[in-house]
Every structure is written in structure tokens, then in C-alpha cells.
Design a protein around this ligand. Structure first.
Ligand code: ADP
Length: 502
């Protein structure tokens, strides 16, 4: 095999070089270009030979190239150049390399350019730069503090949220050890131990989960944060990305909720205790009262009532007081029954006009100050618990008398409207303000300014419960200083069952 001659050597290099090689005459016309040049730009040699190099160059880089080439020719010192060629299909080809000039008798003859195709490298660099910008946008706008440290715990990244939460600017903390900045002194040793343990074993119990810890602010105070750390292995070692959220407000809110719940529980307990006490107390009170009433009745039986002796008068007064006490105790018992859902109802048909009449007559016997008038009535069969409805009417009538000390009349009435029986009791007494009207039917509610009138504030509460268990409604209208009118309505054709909800 004969050794290749020098020309063949160069021809082979020219043909097989991966670099783009071009020869131009001094006017910039292409003398020749190698296969890599032609292949990259998509031309045949015939298509380019004799044409200006500037026909194959991106306009933006033409002037730069022209200047560079002129310098090379003049100064004979080739340097590096970057410029962009243009392929047949219109793609930009980014190249980097050198141009040299060949002289004969000091006269420049032609130039030779050798370039690397950097298109992909440039695209990758641009994509990387874009990714970095994109990442920076995300980190800068993250709702949490983002702090990145390396395995020496040096802060690499500190986003604006971290600046806001910890009070340090990025420029102040980047390059400093994290432990000195945001970890409270008493946690620093544990943090260093954890880091050393991770680097030695790859185990990090706090990694990749959210934990609640205490952080240190620039001003020296500590505050609670949620912290999630991810570990990432890079070419230069481990980095740790921490996402940190200030949870001071959340903790405050949580504490408030817990306190409120505790208070609620406490008041619920108090309520339960009150109910229990109410039920026990009323039972305990009723037993001696029943025997007192029995003895008084025995005495009454042995006393001649036709003769108005002192003892007969005292006995009758004692009996009246005992009846009042009995009524109070039975109301209290009713309240505890209601709370425990143990109130029983016995539904029966009866004439409600007759019942109203009876209630008015009974109450009239206990008062001489007022005249109780039925101003409207009719015979109407009603299906309800007669005793409970009597309790409601009597309660409204006695309130009307009690809260109209300067009046002489109380009116009662009964009418049927649409599908309801409406009973009302009107007085000309002290009246009730709008604010109190809204609360009257609550348990133990009493109008503050009415302390001079005795009562427990349960009559209207019981009345409302009774009426509502009959699927009815109860309400009041009033003008302070002029008087009030209380109404209750029962359905004309009640359902066969009593409503059991409170
Ligand atoms: P009590 O009369 O035992 O206090 P009630 O539940 O019957 O309890 O009444 C609740 C409150 O409503 C009373 O304390 C009183 O202030 C007010 N009230 C009830 N009826 C009348 C009325 N006819 N006129 C003015 N105020 C009334």
C-alpha cells in the first residue's frame, strides 16, 4: 500500500471533518466548501460556488462577520468568531470558529474559515437559561418561604417570602450557615446532629414530610412554622430544599377554637348539672310539700269554715301559698322533663271555647283587682292535651294580670282563622320592648326592668314548648306602656302524632 501523498491527506481531512470549512475569495465569494458545510446548510457545491457568503448568513450577524474578516486580513491575527449561517430550509445555524487568510507576496489571496456547529449547544443553553428563569419566577413567587442549603448548611437560595418571614434580605444570608440565622439556639445542636447523621447514613427522619417547629426571627423572637424539607443529590453534593410557612396566625386561631370548644363543653356540663339539679330539687321539694298540704287539709276538715275565725283565715292563706308553691314546683319539673324529652302528652278532643271559659273563671276567683273578660269566643272542638293547653291559657292570663298592676281589665278571645284555632289574651299593662319580645320565650328569660314582679322566667318557655309540640305557634305583640297581646295558634286538624322535636 503506497503512503498517501500530502494533497490526498488534506483532501481526506477536508472531506471528513465534522467542522464546517469554507474558502472565500477576497470579495467574499465562495471558492469551495466541505461536505460538512454543505450538508449542514442543505446545499450542493454547485449551488453555492461563486456566490457571496453573505447570501448564506443571517443578516443580523453579517456586519460583525465582515468587520472580523477585514481585521483578520489586515492584522493577520485570527481570533474566534460567533455568527449565524442560514440553511436552505431557512433554519439558523449557529457557528463558532476562526478565519485565516492566505497571502502570496504579501497579497491576500483567499480566506479559509473553520467552524464548529454550535446550534444544539446554544439551544440547550437557551433552554437551560429559560428553565432557570422559570424556576426563579416560581421560587420568587412561592407562597411559602423557600430556603435552599448545601450539605455544609450554607444558604444558596432565599426567596422574597423568606425575607418577609424571617426579616433578613437574601443578600444578607446567602453564603452564610443556616444554623446561625433561623434556628433557635437550643435547637442548633440537634440540627447539626441530624445533618451529620443524614450525610453518614442517608437517613433523615424529618425529610420529605411536614413538621411543626420553632423558628427564629431577625428581631430575636421565635415563632411557629410548618417545615417540609426535600433532599436532592446534585453533581456537587446534596442540597436541601426547605419550604417554610409561618403558622403564627393559624396557631392563634387553633388556640381560639380549642378555647371556645372548652368553654362550650364547660357550659354544656354546667347546663347538664343545672338540669340534673333542677330535676332533683323539684322532686325533693314536692315530697315535704305534699305532706304539708295533707296536714293542712286535715286541719281544714276539722275546722268549721262557716265561722270566720283567725285560724280558718290563716289556714286558707296557707293553702293558697301552698298552691302557688305547687305550681312553681310543677313548672320546674316540666322544664326538666322537657330537657330530658320525657314530657308526655295525652291527646283528646274537647271544646276549646269551654276550656277558655273555665280558665277565665278559675283565675277570676284568685283576683279581685282585675276583671277578666272573654271578648270573642265560639264552640270549637280541638284535639290536643287538654291539661297542657289549660296550662298555656292560665299562664298567659296570670301574666296579663301580673304585668298590668294599674289596669282593671284583661281580655281573652278565641277565633278560627284559615286552618288554625287562635287564642289570645290582651292586657293594658306595662308592655314589652321590641328587644325583649324577641327573647321572651327563652328558658329563664326575664325582662331586667321587671325585677319587682316575682317569677322564674319559665312560664312562656313552657307555653312555647307545649304549643310547638302540638305543631302550633305562639307570639306576642306589645306597645311599651300601653299593654301586650299574647297569641297562640293550634292546627284545626292536627296530625295524629305529636311533634317530638324540641
Ligand atoms: P315569669 O313571669 O315567671 O317571669 P314568664 O316566662 O311567664 O316568666 O315571662 C317571661 C318574662 O316576660 C317576664 O319576666 C316578663 O318580664 C315578661 N312578660 C310576660 N308576660 C308579660 C305581659 N303580659 N306583659 C309584660 N311583660 C310580660
Amino acid at each position: 500500500m503506497s503512503p498517501l501523498n500530502f494533497d490526498t491527506h488534506f483532501q481526506d481531512l477536508f472531506d471528513h471533518s465534522s467542522d464546517l470549512i469554507q474558502f472565500l475569495d477576497m470579495d467574499g465569494k465562495i471558492i469551495t466548501a466541505n461536505p460538512a458545510w454543505l450538508y449542514t446548510l442543505g446545499y450542493t457545491l454547485d449551488e453555492v460556488r461563486g456566490r457571496s457568503i453573505y447570501d448564506f448568513m443571517m443578516p443580523a450577524t453579517q456586519e460583525h462577520y465582515r468587520q472580523y474578516r477585514a481585521d483578520v486580513v489586515k492584522l493577520r491575527q485570527p481570533g474566534d468568531i460567533n455568527f449565524n449561517l442560514l440553511s436552505k430550509s431557512g433554519d439558523e445555524v449557529v457557528v463558532e470558529g476562526q478565519v485565516g487568510c492566505v497571502y502570496q507576496n504579501d497579497e491576500p489571496q483567499y480566506t479559509r474559515g473553520v467552524f464548529r456547529n454550535n446550534t444544539q449547544k446554544r439551544a440547550a443553553a437557551m433552554a437551560m437559561a429559560k428553565n432557570e428563569r422559570w424556576l426563579a419566577t416560581i421560587i420568587n413567587n412561592a407562597p411559602s418561604a423557600v430556603v435552599i442549603i448545601n450539605e455544609l448548611q450554607i444558604v444558596l437560595e432565599w426567596n422574597p417570602k423568606a425575607e418577609a418571614i424571617f426579616g433578613y434580605l437574601a443578600a444578607e444570608v446567602k453564603g452564610r450557615p443556616l444554623a446561625d440565622i433561623i434556628i433557635p439556639e437550643n435547637y442548633r445542636k440537634a440540627h447539626a446532629r441530624g445533618m451529620a447523621h443524614f450525610l453518614a447514613t442517608g437517613e433523615g427522619p424529618v425529610l420529605n414530610k411536614t413538621i411543626e417547629i420553632t423558628a427564629l426571627h431577625r428581631l430575636g423572637h421565635t415563632f411557629p412554622v410548618n417545615l417540609s424539607i426535600s433532599d436532592v443529590k446534585t453533581e456537587t453534593g446534596w442540597i436541601f430544599i426547605a419550604f417554610i410557612a409561618d403558622i403564627t396566625n393559624f396557631k392563634k386561631l387553633q388556640e381560639e377554637v380549642i378555647n371556645r370548644e372548652a368553654q362550650l363543653l364547660q357550659s354544656q356540663l354546667m347546663n347538664d348539672k343545672q338540669d340534673e339539679f333542677l330535676s332533683m330539687a323539684s322532686h325533693e321539694l314536692r315530697t315535704p310539700l305534699t305532706s304539708m298540704k295533707g296536714y293542712l287539709q286535715l286541719m281544714q276538715d276539722t275546722t268549721d269554715e262557716s265561722v270566720e275565725t283567725d285560724s280558718a283565715i290563716f289556714l286558707s292563706r296557707a293553702m293558697t301559698s301552698i298552691s302557688k308553691l305547687e305550681k312553681l314546683i310543677s313548672d320546674l319539673l316540666d322544664v326538666s322533663k322537657l330537657k330530658a324529652n320525657r314530657m308526655e302528652y295525652f291527646m283528646e278532643p274537647f271544646d276549646i271555647g269551654e276550656l277558655l271559659q273555665e280558665c277565665v273563671e278559675n283565675l277570676q276567683q284568685t283576683t279581685i283587682s282585675h276583671h277578666l273578660n272573654i271578648v270573642q269566643s265560639l264552640q270549637q272542638v280541638c284535639v290536643a292535651d287538654r291539661l297542657r293547653v289549660e296550662q298555656v291559657i292560665t299562664n298567659l292570663l296570670s301574666n296579663a294580670v301580673k304585668y298590668s298592676p294599674d289596669a282593671q281589665e284583661v281580655q281573652a278571645g278565641l277565633q278560627v282563622e284559615a286552618h288554625e284555632i287562635i287564642v289570645y289574651v290582651r292586657d293594658f299593662g306595662i308592655g314589652i320592648s321590641q328587644e325583649d319580645l324577641a327573647n321572651l320565650f327563652q328558658r329563664f328569660y326575664r325582662v331586667e326592668t321587671n325585677a319587682r314582679f316575682q317569677g322564674l322566667g319559665i312560664g312562656l318557655f313552657l307555653s312555647k314548648q307545649i304549643v310547638e309540640r302540638h305543631q302550633g305557634r305562639i307570639w306576642a305583640e306589645s306597645i311599651p306602656g300601653k299593654g301586650s297581646c299574647f297569641y297562640f295558634a293550634l292546627p284545626l286538624n292536627p296530625g295524629t302524632t305529636i311533634s317530638t322535636s324540641e
